[in-house]
Design a protein around this ligand. Structure first.
Ligand SMILES: Cc1ncc(COP(=O)(O)O)c(C=O)c1O
Length: 349
């Protein structure tokens, strides 16, 4: 039986072009700034994101943590969505390591933060009871909001708000190229209004390891120091960065296929009884749906899907997530739909 793994786009494996590039990579000591392949990847990433500089780091989690540590001192506050990956799934690193106080405001279903809520959450800097607000964190695409895309118009409004209050903006752009493809604009446009942006090579872009932190030259200088603090300086990291270069050069445009497959999945699922999903919400490669009260709970649903060779993620008591990616084709989507239909029928048998 073919296994269709829709748990995450992090399960993607490097392409043969990546493996060859890794084999051939010219290497040096990156902590000394002497790995030519890492240097090339960082220059390419900065250019793609429209920022002055970039630094290669081991993971998206470390990238976000480095950015928070670079923007905020101990006791300062970062505003973020209550469904932000940084808030939910990064082990509380900014508080644990940086003493940074997270202040959450509700994420709207479209991944945005209501800017009125953000403004209301900004502390009075003259009141000694409060931690000083330093940063607004946004996420594009938004993982827990079904891969929702933040528009450049929204980002511009957030920028104006941040400027009015002297705040900085960090963009968790783990899937920033999915956002760019969905919007039909460059990643630089998506990131334009952020002071810092992190993005991952090891999700839809299929590289095995690594993320980039991008920003001004001065910001990246500080980020490089924070990377060292966290033990993220990697010596001959060009052996990994080589795959990242191939990812940036060859794997971005094909993300449109993942988005089409996600739409196909969402439209098919909507037709099944027991599944609650608005396919119009699916803009990129993440499909999240609710199971109706008469359908199995999420853990049971996922276990039954696995017996048909389809792996999906459990993201709540009655909530399932499926993510399309390189290696998943339209036949796989059909296999997933047949499996879902069978699982829901079995439940009623
Ligand atoms: C939006 C978002 N940010 C950050 C991360 C963290 O990336 P990593 O798993 O490489 O640490 C993820 C991972 O899924 C993510 O979805």
């Amino acid at each position: 039986m073919r296994i269709v793994d829709l748990r995450s786009d992090t399960v993607t494996l490097p392409t043969s072009a990546m493996r060859q590039a890794m084999f051939d990579a010219e290497l040096g000591d990156d902590v000394m700034g002497e790995d030519p392949t890492v240097n090339r990847l960082e220059a390419l990433a900065a250019a793609r994101l429209g920022k002055e500089a970039a630094v290669y780091v081991p993971s998206g989690t470390m990238a976000n943590l480095i950015c928070l540590l670079s923007h905020c001192a101990r006791g300062e506050e970062a505003i973020m969505g209550h469904l932000a990956h940084t808030f939910l799934f990064e082990a509380g690193g900014s508080a644990a390591v940086g003493g940074i106080h997270p202040r959450t405001v509700p994420n709207q279903p479209d991944g945005t933060l209501d800017l009125g809520d953000v403004e209301a959450a900004i502390r009075d800097p003259n009141n000694p009871h409060y931690p000083p607000t330093r940063l607004i964190c946004l996420e594009n695409t938004h993982n827990r909001c079904s891969g929702a895309v933040l528009t450049p118009a929204y980002m511009a409004q957030a920028r104006a708000l941040a400027d009015r209050h002297g705040l900085r903006i960090h963009l968790d752009g783990a899937r920033v190229f999915n956002a760019a493809i969905a919007l039909g604009v460059s990643a630089a446009t998506v990131a334009r209004d952020a002071d810092s942006v992190s993005f991952c090579l090891s999700k839809g872009l299929s590289a095995p390891v690594g993320s980039l932190v991008c920003g001004s030259a001065e910001f990246v200088r500080q980020a490089r120091r924070q990377r060292k603090v966290l033990g993220g300086g990697m010596r001959q990291a060009g052996v990994l960065a080589a795959a990242g270069i191939v990812a940036l050069e060859t794997m971005i445009d094909r993300l449109a296929d993942d988005h089409a497959n996600a739409r196909r999945l969402a439209e098919g699922l909507t037709l099944l009884p027991g599944i609650m999903l608005d396919p119009a919400r699916i803009q990129t490669n993440i499909v999240i749906w609710e199971l109706a009260p008469d359908a199995p709970v999420a853990a049971e649903f996922a276990a039954s899907m696995a017996t048909y060779g389809v792996k999906v993620g459990v993201v709540g008591q009655r909530r399932i997530r499926a993510v399309t990616h390189y290696g998943i084709n339209s036949d796989d989507i059909d296999q997933a739909l047949v499996a879902a239909s069978a699982v829901l029928k079995e439940n009623h048998a």
